[in-house]
Ligand binder design. Structure first.
Ligand SMILES: C=C(O[C@H]1C=CC=C(C(=O)O)[C@@H]1O)C(=O)O
Ligand SMILES: [Mg+2]
Length: 468
């Protein structure tokens, strides 16, 4: 079991309280420890009793970085439609300007780190479905486990005020040891049974596709992504840990994320990076254009080749490449991307994929890039604003955080955001799944319906649903 001996945290909290008194403001004290190996899911599960609703989890596709956060040391929310990205950035800077950081490891994703997500469209009237999530929700965790290139680190974040004294250190030390003791115990989580699966207005959705295809032939609109919802009913409460373990087992080549808010849990396994910032290096990805996987290697190859030469999907993909390339060129000296897309093969589906890398010229922040890119034509359409308005007009769905940026950023300005697709909202004994597809002039309602049915599969299987 991991035990943390006497730490610099005591001195840090002492200095934090002194600084809080001197500046008459709260001070974030953050300490990083290298620790023995812990399973990040066990650490996440260790927070169930005391921090349910205040947890997050993140794993990148390569498993190079895994984050598990427990408790809320600080929270940044925004329900402002216009400048929520700027609001989050401003509030984060306010925390960082006075923070006391005790960290001798020069690695990303440790020390003060913010994790969370944005809603897809803050200007669309929301429904009760997403009532537990604001238009932007970010947490600074009390305790965060970081698995970084195979090594394990624990960050402890404490807010010190001028009212505090050193009993605060005793309290934090006790709490932290409690978490670590619980994390050493393997917990198991029941697999609820799926009782009912309800497609929300599938025929109306197909009619919307046909309507948009007509619009595309007679307007400036080139592409619109339309999404739909699947509502699931279970025989007992769905626990995030169970779904998370299933996603890690079956969708290990995705961005796996969990963000809790009150009793609701947003969870998914997305194949699509929005942007990653590592020092001056920026990485984005164009992912649009889909076809099913084959049941045999020969069939799979045939389908892949078909996708690589299909004009409709190539056009759907090209709109994304043009937009992301343009956005990256605004802030990078040099932008590199291949001439042609390649195949990204996931468990149930394969996509056209174009990676984009660049060297950040102007010290542009990751949230500036998130704001500039969201939504790419893979999630909204082209032209961006006209597509968003068409989605508002035609989509019955309250997207909430679906298809929007979810991810992390640390105090050194590094971070990574995925787009929250192949995702679901768990609400006790029920869950909503979301899937969308790019509609272009050559789209066909039935094919797009089938494509979205495949995109439900990662979450449906992770929730114990059988694939028909
Ligand atoms: C909008 C979604 O997928 C996007 C990402 C990859 C391929 C897509 C497509 O081929 O339509 C979509 O643009 C979703 O999975 O809900
Ligand atoms: Mg598509």
């Amino acid at each position: 079991m991991v035990a943390i001996q006497e730490t610099e945290l005591k001195q840090g909290i002492f200095n934090g309280i002194a600084r809080a008194k001197g500046r008459s403001q709260s001070i974030l004290v953050s300490e990083v420890h290298k620790i023995e190996h812990l399973d990040p899911v066990d650490f996440f599960a260790a927070g169930r009793e005391k921090y349910l609703g205040e947890r997050f989890f993140w794993k990148d596709p390569e498993g190079k970085l895994v984050l598990a956060g427990l408790g809320i040391c600080g929270q940044i929310q925004s329900d402002q439609a216009a400048d929520r990205f700027f609001h989050v950035e401003k509030e984060w800077k306010r925390f960082m300007d006075s923070a006391l950081i005790i960290n001798k490891y020069q690695r990303n994703g440790m020390g003060p780190t913010l994790f969370g997500g944005f809603s897809f469209d803050p200007q669309k009237q929301g429904t009760a479905l997403w009532s537990k999530f604001p238009e932007a929700l970010f947490q600074i965790p009390k305790y965060m486990l970081t698995l970084s290139n195979g090594e394990m680190f624990l960050t402890t974040n404490v807010i010190c005020t001028h009212h505090d004294d050193l009993t605060l250190f005793e309290k934090v030390s006790r709490e932290r040891q409690e978490v670590l003791s619980k994390a050493a115990m393997k917990q198991s989580f029941a697999q609820p049974k799926l009782k009912k699966m309800v497609e929300i207005e599938p025929e109306a959705w197909k009619q919307a596709i046909t309507h948009v295809v007509k619009d595309l032939k007679q307007s400036e609109l080139k592409k619109v992504v339309l999404a739909r919802e699947l509502r699931l009913h279970f025989d007992e409460e769905v626990q995030a840990e169970r779904v998370l373990v299933n996603l890690l087992d079956h969708q290990n080549d995705s961005f796996t994320f969990v963000l809790e808010s009150n009793n609701d849990c947003f969870i998914g396994a997305s194949p699509e990076r929005l942007v990653k910032k590592e020092g001056k290096s920026l990485y984005s990805a164009c992912l649009a254009g889909s076809i099913a996987r084959g049941n045999t290697p020969e069939e799979d190859d045939r389908l892949g080749s078909e996708l690589l030469s299909d004009q409709k999907n190539l056009m759907e993909h090209q709109y994304v490449v043009e937009m992301i390339k343009e956005a990256m060129e605004e802030t990078c000296n040099e932008v590199l991307l291949p001439e042609q897309p390649v195949l990204m093969k996931m468990k149930y589906i394969q996509h056209l994929y174009t990676p984009v890398i660049g060297k950040n010229r102007a010290g542009t922040s990751i949230l500036h890039l998130v704001n500039r890119l969201h939504p790419t034509p893979a999630l909204g359409g082209l032209p961006k604003q006209a597509a968003i308005e068409k989605i508002r007009e035609m989509e019955q769905l309250d997207r909430g955080l679906y298809a929007a940026p979810v991810g992390w950023m640390d105090y050194q300005g590094n971070g990574e955001f995925a787009v929250a697709i192949r995702s679901g909202l768990i609400q006790g004994k029920e869950a909503s799944l979301f899937a969308g597809c790019g509609v272009v002039a050559d789209s066909n309602a039935e094919s797009e319906y089938k494509e979205t049915s495949i995109k439900f599969r990662p979450m449906l299987t992770a929730l114990g649903g059988k694939i028909t």
